[in-house]
Design a protein around this ligand. Structure first.
Ligand SMILES: CSCCC(=O)C(=O)COP(=O)(O)O
Ligand SMILES: [Zn+2]
Length: 230
């Protein structure tokens, strides 16, 4: 393997190596990638751009990026100082379903929602909410055109956390099989994986979901229902 430096060198801010660094710096300010947790990966054609593991995600540089060939799963560029993100197999699960970008956050709103669902509806329940304008920020599902409507019920599956991030992969894949229209999977006491056909869709869906989760937590505090409103 040569250094393949050209794969991460570009003046274009939307080049994946630059874009991941810019996005993670923004996500840090939202509390999504605090204390090295969380991250973002982008698929560009047959190349996957992956951040290093265990680094401050808001301080990354394009030269920190790993580049993987999506077809062979071989690394085309592998910085020697770090390992690739432990989230890599989960990002690949989203890319296998056609995603162009996958975002993993440790948002406290997402974590709180997983706890509220478990307390009020049980471990097997998914997060469900309806009649919020921001639901219109979420796509109808893979292979479907357009976004959910105001009267559609948003459902996000929840999987149980594991001691090691990579061990979440099979349950995330099962959740996607069970909820083929979902663009996100919550991880109990941990956070969320959100993806989209491209960076724009992954980012805006992640923003919409985080907004909805924050609202859901506040609604719960006020005794307001998430579903079955009159
Ligand atoms: C405090 S971070 C624990 C690991 C984790 O949940 C995560 O999302 C970060 O994984 P990475 O390997 O990308 O640093
Ligand atoms: Zn994580």
């Amino acid at each position: 393997m040569s250094d393949n430096e050209h794969l991460i060198q570009s003046e274009d801010p939307t080049h994946p190596a630059n874009h991941i660094c810019e996005l993670c710096a923004k996500f840090y300010n939202l509390g999504w990638v605090t204390g090295t947790g969380g991250g973002t990966s982008i698929k560009n054609g047959d190349k996957i751009y992956i951040a290093p593991s265990g680094v401050q995600k808001e301080l990354m540089k394009p030269t920190d990026m790993f580049v993987m060939d999506f077809n062979t799963k071989e690394y085309l560029r592998k910085p020697q100082t770090h390992k690739p993100s432990a989230c890599t197999p989960l990002f690949l699960a989203a890319f296998n379903k056609g995603a162009g970008c996958c975002i993993h956050t440790h948002s406290q709103w997402a974590v709180l929602v997983t706890l509220l669902v478990e307390r009020d509806f049980g471990k097997d329940a998914c997060f469900e909410i309806e009649q919020l304008e921001q639901i219109k920020g979420i796509g109808k599902g893979r292979g479907k055109t357009g976004n959910l409507g105001y009267y559609d019920r948003l459902k996000i599956p929840i999987i149980e956390n594991t001691p090691h991030e990579e061990d979440l992969t099979s349950s995330l894949e099962e959740a996607i099989e069970k909820y083929p229209d979902t663009y996100a999977v919550l991880v109990r006491r941990h956070g969320i994986y959100v993806w989209g056909d491209n960076v724009h869709k992954a980012k805006t869906q992640c923003e919409s979901l985080d907004y909805i989760f924050q609202l859901a937590v506040e609604m719960k505090k006020l005794g307001l229902p998430w579903t079955n409103m009159k």
